[in-house]
Design a protein around this ligand. Structure first.
Ligand code: KG4
Ligand code: ZN
Length: 362
């Protein structure tokens, strides 16, 4: 089947963390409906995701969202896709069992999707009624979210990891710094907004490099240094309403240091791998500064840059549906009676075992 061959109209379910999401993609990868029920309000009082609460909320929201998605679908559903990992085990199980029952009851094929595959295909989708874009043969992709921060090279859809964080994920560091400042959860969008009003001091915070691994990065030292600076300046718990200028400046410096770190391997990776397209995805790809810097890197190197619409950077089911369609095209299928949740990344989707760090995408 070629890139342009129509694929089955797909309903996808995503429940790996704190968003219950259901989407339908048409045979050409056009997003027909993309529904999301956010649990942010439930988890916010705890400053992070409470796993048991997440499972219960998924259970409540899913039947309603699926019903609504079916109402918006442009035709009969021909394939069910679901995120099977990585993520919170209880949360994943709700989606996996629901999707399996849905597929079983309707006699539909079912595909299991790796959450990261979803993020990796998200730059090729849009929400303006256009078909999904075909994926070129060589794509250099940054994925930065609350759980992952890595660079990948996708060759004919098979992903090889080129660099990764050695400790915290970029989004996690945004969330932790925001928590100490009492800004609310999730921290990334709030830090993004406040950092725009501050003045970054480029040399204030550390940007550690990993010996002999120029494409890896580390955020834990940066996070600790930022939290130390917050405490030393008596800024802990400042809150998001009219924070003092010191908070705005500190956040601008912190954001700059995170983005500098994420982008640092970019030029070298482009020179070494000559990609046709450069992408960024995952929640942190919503970040204003990161989006600007990706654009600048593309311009400086003459490589086309594709970024997902901001609404498809954080967790959503449209990306899961697209990854599911492409997995189906590769001949992957899951048995609805046996499909299980895979909370850690040990899970390797069938047919994608080329390298221990390789992940197949479309
Ligand atoms: O992809 P995602 O929804 O969930 C995971 O798979 O982890 O990413 C969520 C992460 C959170 O850490 C959130 O703070 C961060 O993405 N995030 C941002 C922005 N919007 C969301 N980080 C920086 N700037 C943003 N505008
Ligand atoms: Zn995610």
């Amino acid at each position: 089947m070629s890139e342009l061959t129509p694929l089955p109209r797909t309903l996808a379910i995503e429940t790996s963390c704190d968003e219950t999401a259901v989407a339908v993609l048409d045979p050409r990868g056009k997003v027909e409906t993309n529904l999301l029920s956010s649990q942010i309000a439930e988890h916010a009082p705890y400053g992070g995701v409470v796993p048991e609460l997440a499972s219960r909320e998924h259970l409540k929201a899913l039947p309603f969202l699926v019903e609504r998605a079916l109402g918006h679908a442009g035709g009969a559903i021909e394939l069910a896709a679901v995120t099977a990992g990585p993520g919170l085990v209880g949360a994943l199980l709700v989606g996996v069992r629901f999707a399996a029952a849905f597929a079983w009851a309707r006699g539909l094929p079912l595909v299991a999707v790796d959450h990261l595959h979803g993020h990796l295909v998200s730059p090729f989708l849009d929400l303006d009624g256009r078909d999904a874009r075909p994926m070129p043969d060589r794509v250099l992709a940054l994925v930065a979210s609350g759980g992952h921060s890595s660079w990948y090279l996708l060759v004919d859809g098979v992903a090889e990891q080129l660099g990764r964080t050695r400790d915290d994920a970029a989004g996690e560091s945004f969330d932790k710094v925001a928590q100490v400042l009492g800004l609310g959860y999730p921290g990334g969008p709030i830090v993004d907004r406040l950092a725009r009003q501050g003045r970054a001091e480029p040399h204030m915070l550390p940007r550690p490099s990993i010996p002999n691994a120029p494409c890896d990065f580390s955020f834990s030292g940066l996070k600790s240094a930022t939290i130390r600076a917050i405490r030393q300046q008596g800024l802990a718990g400042s809150g998001a309403v009219d924070p003092p200028a010191e908070v705005l400046d500190l956040l601008a410096s912190f954001e700059l240091a995170v983005v500098d770190q994420l982008m640092a391997p970019g030029p070298e990776l482009i020179a070494a791998h000559r990609p046709r397209v450069l992408t960024a995805s995952g929640g942190v790809a919503a970040n204003t500064l990161l989006r600007r810097r990706m654009g600048e890197l593309g311009q400086a190197t003459g490589v086309e840059v594709l970024l997902p619409p901001v609404a498809l950077t954080t967790d959503n089911a449209a990306m899961v549906a697209r990854a599911g369609q492409l997995a189906y095209r590769r001949g992957e299928a899951a048995d609805p009676r046996r499909l299980d949740a895979h909370p850690r990344q040990v899970w390797q989707p069938p047919g994608m075992r080329k390298l221990s760090t390789s992940r197949g995408v479309g």
